[in-house]
Write a protein that binds this ligand. Structure first.
Ligand SMILES: [Zn+2]
Ligand SMILES: [Zn+2]
Length: 159
């Protein structure tokens, strides 16, 4: 499994490979470490966030948005060219083909787990059915919590 996270200490992002023998996660930039709890991580699937310990992880298609956009853009451009050459049927066909390609790609893409609180991403995990899809309400709760903490930090630290 591969984890992509923002280091809680130096806030830089880092990647780590986590296997069954991994006992700690470390930041390459500042030396921050966190022990990996075996109970938290079993059968190649994190039950909690390994970075911040948050219980809530949501399942996301591991699909780079840029790639999806690139496919759609290419489809639109080629169909526009076909329209310019007075080939509306060809234009429609091209659009349909690209839409299908987009859907097919989406279907074969594996899932990633994302932490609501620290937004760490876990790729290549064996994701069980217990992990739900994105919940807007839950996300809002974490967003408000983060905003509150930020406000508190701003009040306590002297400027
Ligand atoms: Zn760091
Ligand atoms: Zn987290």
């Amino acid at each position: 499994m591969h984890a992509h996270f923002d280091c809680p200490k130096c806030l830089k992002n880092d990647d780590v490979e986590i296997g069954s023998t991994t006992s700690t996660i470390a930041c390459r930039h500042c030396g921050w470490t966190k022990a990996v709890d075996e109970r938290v991580y079993s059968a190649d699937c994190p039950h909690h966030c390994l970075i911040c310990g948050c219980d809530d992880l949501w399942r996301q298609k591991d699909f780079p948005p840029q790639l999806g956009l690139a496919i759609v853009a290419t489809g639109i451009i080629s169909s526009t060219i076909a329209v310019a050459y007075m080939q509306p049927t060809v234009a429609l066909g091209i659009l349909m083909a690209f839409a299908l390609a987009d859907m097919a790609l989406f279907a074969v893409m594996s899932d990633a787990l994302v932490c609501y609180r620290c937004h760490a991403r876990y790729r290549g995990a064996v994701i069980g059915k217990e992990h739900p899809k994105f919940d807007l309400e839950l996300n809002e709760r974490y967003r408000q919590e983060a905003a509150r903490m930020q406000k508190q930090a701003g009040q306590t630290s002297p400027r």
